[in-house]
Write a protein that binds this ligand. Structure first.
Ligand code: CP3
Length: 355
């Protein structure tokens, strides 16, 4: 077993005692940091950062040099899988991700294969191995993937979307084809995350950014079912330690019981649900990650601190099982010192709950 100097994040996910509430931030490596923008300019573009293990490692570590974060997250993207499936991922400035060959029909889905994680996605595994070496046991490394539903939205819409009309058209007119795609994606995610774990990821998180645009029944059929398949297929023990699994459905607060029932270790919460309510509903089964509104980081420092105190009090004294985070990714125009104050406040104010 590799020694870890700070394992509070892994311990909290497994509901083991900790000295303080661990904290990390979704999108903690990114454009709000000037050193990130500088390296991205050197690399040329975002995917060149991801494909170069030294660059990916450097941007993963950048936020840890500034802040006492309790975990590092692999610098990559959820859209690496569709790219490896041949869809041709590219980023247009200011417009987010796009695909040159989006999925338009059943035949497109039938010809898709499961990418080999050490081949087409080998650059991601190289990044994981490089980052683990560089972290030198300071904090755990989080691996991640998108959920099948969320990946499918980008693959069928051809990029970001507001109304999701193309994928919903397929969902309601040709559900079998969509299920075939989601099943191939679930198999791809299982092999991708297991390869990340074999390469050194010490916990994994599945981002279901768009599950919340579905009706309750459709959420279970088209998103949760496939995340449950992933949870069942993952390596849950590696290097003498448990590998905790976190599922995050944005806007999924009404389905917490169902998400917890998949057998995951932790559920990520956005800010539209009270963490006290979430804990009362599923806190005996899973740990909770969240859930400050990322826009709170625009507020003056005392207001940020007050919000941290409220969320900590709301989770309360009932033991461990809380990983503090934002309810979604940090915004690119947040001042780094506001992020720093947020992290420091979580550490300082949470000690009283872990005596
Ligand atoms: O959290 C981290 O620091 C790790 C890195 C990470 C990125 N993307 C880097 C990134 C993670 C975990 C992701 C996940 C991701 N990517 C999700 C799920 C989480 C979420 O935010 O809901 C989604 C939906 C994507 C797809 C994606 N990638 C979008 C929509 C965009 C454009 C975002 C934007 O604000 O322009 C990306 C690009 C991307 N992925 C950036 C980063 C740092 C910005 C790239 C840049 O311009 O430098």
């Amino acid at each position: 077993m590799t020694e870890l100097k700070n394992d509070n994040y892994l311990r909290a996910l497994l509901k083991q005692p900790v000295d303080y509430t661990p904290v990390w931030m979704m999108r903690q490596a990114g454009r709000y940091l000037p050193e990130y923008r500088k390296l991205r300019a050197t690399a040329g573009d975002f995917m060149s950062l991801c494909r170069n293990a030294e660059f990916a490692c450097e941007v993963t570590i950048q936020p840890l040099r500034r802040f006492k974060l309790d975990a590092a997250i692999l610098f990559s993207d959820i859209l690496t899988i569709p790219d490896a499936m041949g869809l041709g991922l590219y980023f247009e400035t200011g417009e987010g991700p796009k695909f040159t060959n989006p999925i338009t029909c059943k035949a497109d889905i039938e010809k898709i294969g499961i990418p080999d994680p050490e081949d087409e996605l080998g650059y991601v595994m190289n990044a994981v191995r490089t980052i683990r070496k560089e972290l030198n046991g300071e904090v755990p490394l989080i691996g991640f993937s998108g959920s099948p539903w969320t990946l499918a939205t980008y693959m069928i819409e051809g990029g970001s979307s507001k109304a999701f009309t193309k994928i919903k058209k397929m969902m309601f007119s040709d559900p079998q084809s969509l299920h075939l795609l989601l099943d191939k994606l679930a198999d791809s995610v299982i092999s991708y995350l297991n390869a990340q774990i074999a390469a050194g990821a010490q916990s994994v998180m599945v981002f279901d950014t768009w599950g919340g645009v579905l009706s309750p029944r459709d959420y279970k059929d088209f998103s949760l079912q496939y995340m449950a398949k992933i949870v069942d297929g993952l390596t849950r023990h590696a290097d003498g330690r448990q590998v905790p699994v976190t599922l995050f459905t944005k806007n999924g607060g009404m389905w917490l019981e169902d998400i917890a029932a998949t057998g995951c270790d932790a559920v990520g919460l956005d800010w539209t649900i009270d963490i006290e309510n979430a804990k009362a509903r599923v806190g005996d089964k899973v740990a909770l990650q969240g859930n400050m509104d990322p826009s709170m980081l625009y507020a003056p420092l005392p207001r940020i601190e007050q919000e941290v105190a409220k969320i900590l009090a709301s989770y309360g004294t009932g033991g461990t099982g809380h990983v503090f985070n934002l309810g979604h990714g940090i915004h690119p125009d947040v001042k780094p010192e506001h992020a720093g104050h947020f992290i420091e406040s979580v550490h300082r104010l949470s000690k009283q709950y872990h005596l």
